[in-house]
Design a protein around this ligand. Structure first.
Ligand code: FES
Length: 257
């Protein structure tokens, strides 16, 4: 896949319509593109550039600034290990070493079977459950080497398929947002007229993952473990869909799966 597909193109236009200037929709559009292909393809970025009237270089320059965007293919599971202070004091370096041995790769590399890409990360905002990792931006905390081995086994076997979505997916909860937007992609022919109401099918970050980790394996019952709840990284991050909320939309809340 290269350019935005038909459905995503519709969504892209809805997003652009939320902003007074097309270029303001750039970050949400890049998230949309990454959700589609797992990373930002050159053709996809070209398409985004056309949509928001920027040059491909400007789009690439923005995308390359942010850690969450990947300009090269990544593995099915993008594993980010926090090595910041709280995690460091709780064995993050040892954990990284263990993960390197277990996967046979170093940070920045992808396993030959394309299953895992490893990254080291700055604080992932789960300091209370250090050391922690994210897998496709879903949290796993209090991670011991044994718990990591269990996690890898679960990921390889597909047992966490319903909890850890494909890389690029910020949220799996889609909401219908009723809002008034009169942006660049609105109806230029009615400029000055009351802004049209745009009904958006957007996504919003939620704690979608209910699994918990404890030494010896992935457990589903938070109350039965040390209380570490695996949830979505950047729980209050704004995503492409949340742009709807940025524009003052009211959330009516419909789930898409
Ligand atoms: S230091 Fe690791 S999550 Fe904050």
């Amino acid at each position: 896949m290269a350019r935005l597909n038909e459905d995503n193109l519709v969504r892209a236009r809805e997003l652009i319509a939320l902003y007074p200037h097309k270029r303001s929709a750039l970050i949400p559009l890049l998230h949309l593109l990454q959700e589609q292909d797992g990373y930002l393809t050159a053709d996809g970025m070209q398409h985004v550039a056309e949509l928001v009237d920027l040059t491909p270089a400007e789009v690439r320059g923005t995308a390359s600034f942010y850690d969450m965007f990947h300009l090269e293919p990544v593995g099915k599971y993008l594993v980010a290990v926090c090595t910041n202070i709280a995690c460091l004091l709780h064995g993050a370096y040892e954990l990284v070493e263990h993960i390197e041995q277990s996967l046979g790769i170093h940070p920045g590399e992808t396993t030959p079977d394309g299953m895992f890409t490893l990254e080291d990360a700055e604080c992932l905002a789960l300091c209370g459950n250090a050391p922690c990792v994210t897998v496709n931006w879903r949290y796993f905390g209090n991670l011991t080497p044994d718990a990591w081995d269990s996690l890898v086994e679960d990921l390889r076997s597909g047992r966490l398929g319903s909890e850890v979505p494909p890389h690029g997916t910020l949220s799996r909860v889609r909401r219908a947002v009723g809002l008034r937007a009169g942006g660049a992609a609105g109806s230029p022919e009615v400029a000055g007229a009351p802004a049209p109401e745009v009904e958006l099918a957007t996504t919003r970050t939620t704690p979608a993952v209910a699994s918990t980790l404890a030494p010896g394996g992935v457990q589903r019952d938070a109350a039965a473990t040390n209380g570490v709840q695996a949830t979505q990284a950047g729980g209050d991050r704004r995503d492409a869909g949340n742009a709807g909320n940025d524009a003052g939309g009211t959330v009516s809340g419909t789930e898409d799966r």
